[in-house]
Design a protein around this ligand. Structure first.
Ligand code: GUN
Length: 293
């Protein structure tokens, strides 16, 4: 059996078209939704993500600002940029791309962002809102994208055993919190496992829905997947590949080919969850613009 492929590209394009319509409606009321993205340093993967976020923003008819700061920027200088964006009425949403250089305390920076502009949903106020099920919470874009993929592909989460592999603040923890909330795309029985879990393969095999965000290339193998399970691969890893002109190729956290033989549905990498993340970030920016206007 070969799994149904859950195409993130087609879905993301549909959501981005919806976002563009919503941006147009706001513009007709004199409000152009604006997103600022701040990047510190030269991390190549972060540079690619930030460029894509700015481009997507403009394509949706939104105002976009990208603030590029050198790696040696001090924490105080970065906090001053956040303060300026907090006070800028053209900016409804902002994010500071992670990871930050090690001399900067990321928690202190996230805490400085006005929660009303925190479209990443990383400020503790929004984390708390998400946990208590407050609809005003900004949902972190990647798990929000996963949830939207499940909903729009009519994959039933209610009562399902969902296993989240990985416990990061960006994906694993908010993913688990979204899946246990009552309502559409929720009501699942959620297990979170990670690198220290005993019998991780056994826990994975208990999943009807397996969401993998552990940051290790092709970590989940076919023997870890129950036949017919839905497998959502959040990983984006560069692995050396001499046959590729770039010298590397992108793989997920799931060994795609063998797992696709066992799973009922699977997301590809690239072309899966990654495409959804930016679409959901734009959706959050619309939510922020509505809130502030
Ligand atoms: N680094 C990796 N993913 C993300 C994200 O969703 N937001 C930010 N700010 N940084 C990231």
């Amino acid at each position: 059996m070969s799994a149904r492929v859950l195409d993130g590209g087609v879905l993301a394009d549909a959501i981005r078209a919806e976002v563009a319509d919503e941006a147009k409606a706001l513009l007709a009321r004199g409000v152009q939704p604006g997103l600022a993205v701040v990047i510190v340093g030269e991390d190549p993967a972060s540079q690619v993500y930030v460029r894509s976020k700015g481009k997507a923003c403009m394509e949706a008819g939104m105002h976009s600002e990208t603030i590029r700061l050198p790696a040696e920027t001090s924490e105080a200088e970065l906090l001053a940029v956040v303060d300026r964006l907090n006070a800028d009425p053209k900016i409804h949403g902002m994010l500071v791309q992670l990871p930050l250089p090690t001399h900067i305390d990321a928690d202190r920076v996230l805490l400085r962002i006005d929660p009303r502009k925190d479209v990443d949903g990383f400020h503790p106020v929004n984390v708390g809102r998400l946990v208590i099920g407050d609809p005003a919470a900004f949902k972190p874009a990647t798990p929000y994208g996963v949830q939207e993929m499940l909903i729009r592909n009519r994959i039933e989460t209610k009562g399902a055993n969902a296993v989240v592999v990985g416990r990061s603040n960006i994906v694993g923890k908010p993913m688990a919190n979204l899946l246990i909330q009552p309502g559409k795309g929720g009501d699942a029985t959620v297990t979170v496992c990670h690198s220290k879990s005993r019998d991780l393969p056994g826990i994975c095999r208990s999943a009807d829905i397996l969401v993998v965000a552990i940051g290790r290339p092709e970590f989940v193998t076919a023997d870890m997947v129950r036949p017919g399970a839905v497998v959502i691969d959040v990983g984006i890893n560069r692995v050396p590949d001499a046959t590729n002109a770039k010298g590397y190729r992108i793989v997920g956290d799931v060994a795609y080919e063998p797992v696709a033989q066992v799973a009922g549905a699977i997301t590809p990498v690239p072309g899966g969850v990654g495409r959804m993340t930016i679409a959901m970030l734009l959706k959050n920016t619309i939510q922020a613009a509505r809130l502030q206007s």
